[in-house]
Design a protein around this ligand. Structure first.
Ligand code: NAD
Length: 305
């Protein structure tokens, strides 16, 4: 089988595939046009999040049997077109759980203690101790929307820090814990000091957090989104912060990535931004690469029996 590996997928995947006698080509920073020109030579395509595996790429991939996303979501892959062509689409649902949860915690701490803002100020030669008085997390309420792998891991960490956890997830029925409660969406929105999103982007969750919802939050609330852009309506978030409807926000994901010409960057210390770094750790990149490579080795057996 001939495998094309894009998007700087970790070399551990390439080692596994080569050890298993696959013919592997590694190409990084390939444009979609270049991809369309060469994709018919390959049986397997491995990407991270940069490459958009569009209908057109899939149609030109006459020999494609497997598309692998070394990561969690599949939003950069046209899964329906792949299904129509009987191409298997695989991913690594848990390889970056810990990294994403830890990044979320990092954002919560950083915005509560003004860490990035204070750093910027010091590098401008200032010493502004009064401006950057922060908040403790102990005894604060963390609202988690989406209590899957990342949401529940974050809850465990934040419980140790002394936070009370309110969780909303329509697909989870029980949560037995003295410091964690499963409640309604409105309960999370109205009663949390920090509201963090850990759910997929779907038709149902697009613009889930909009101006109506911001108006129900505490004025002191801080919103964190390390899940997917589009779940938060960015125009509404801008208004919510500008008009002090909520206190702050920390975002790792955006409606359009890379973020360009966004009004959000005008909001100064009310907002903390990172460029989709949730899964960007050495450990997570290795985990997801090994995971998809092993799945490809297993799946490939189906084509030779
Ligand atoms: P998961 O599938 O384990 O958990 C998602 C949870 O969301 C599930 O429990 C599901 O029941 C719940 N859910 C679905 N619809 C919901 C709704 N309408 N309201 C509330 N809950 C709902 O996924 P995960 O691994 O925990 O990932 C969560 C999100 O984080 C995904 O969107 C993933 O793409 C994203 N993610 C981002 C990064 C990053 O780099 N920032 C890294 C990893 C994952």
């Amino acid at each position: 089988m001939k495998i094309l590996v894009l998007d700087n997928v970790d070399s551990s995947a390439i080692e596994i595939l080569k050890k298993n006698n696959f013919d592997v080509d590694v190409k990084n920073n390939l444009s979609n046009q270049d991809l369309e020109n060469i994709i018919s030579n390959y049986d397997v395509l491995i990407v991270r999040s940069q490459t958009k595996v569009t209908k057109s790429v899939i149609e030109k991939g006459k020999n494609l049997k497997i598309i692998a996303r070394a990561g969690v979501g599949l939003d950069n892959i046209d899964v329906n077109s792949a299904k129509e062509k009987n191409i298997k689409v695989i991913n690594s649902p848990s390889g970056n759980t810990i990294s994403a949860a830890e990044h979320t915690l990092g954002l919560i701490l950083a915005i509560s203690r003004n860490i990035a803002f204070a750093d910027k100020s010091m590098k401008e030669g200032k010493w502004e101790r009064n401006k950057f008085v922060g908040y403790e997390l102990n005894n604060k309420t963390l609202g988690i929307i989406g209590f899957g792998k990342i949401g529940s891991h974050l809850a465990k960490i934040c419980k140790v820090i002394g936070m009370n956890i309110l969780a909303y997830d329509p697909y989870i029925k029980n949560l037995e814990d003295e410091k964690m409660k499963l409640v309604s969406f409105d309960d999370v929105i109205q009663n949390s000091d920090y509201i963090t999103l850990h759910l997929p982007l779907t038709e149902e969750t697009k613009n889930l957090i909009n101006i109506e919802i911001f108006r129900k939050m505490k004025k002191s609330a801080i919103l964190i989104n390390c899940s997917r852009g589009g779940i938060v309506n960015e125009d509404d978030l801008y208004i919510a912060l500008k008009e002090n409807i909520i206190k702050g926000a920390a975002l790792d994901v955006f409606e359009n990535e890379p973020l360009k010409d966004s009004k959000l960057i005008e909001l100064g210390n009310k907002i903390l931004l990172t460029p989709h770094l949730g899964a960007s750790t050495y450990e997570a990149q290795i985990n997801v690469a090994i995971d998809v490579a092993n799945q490809i080795v297993e799946l490939s057996k189906e084509y030779y029996v």
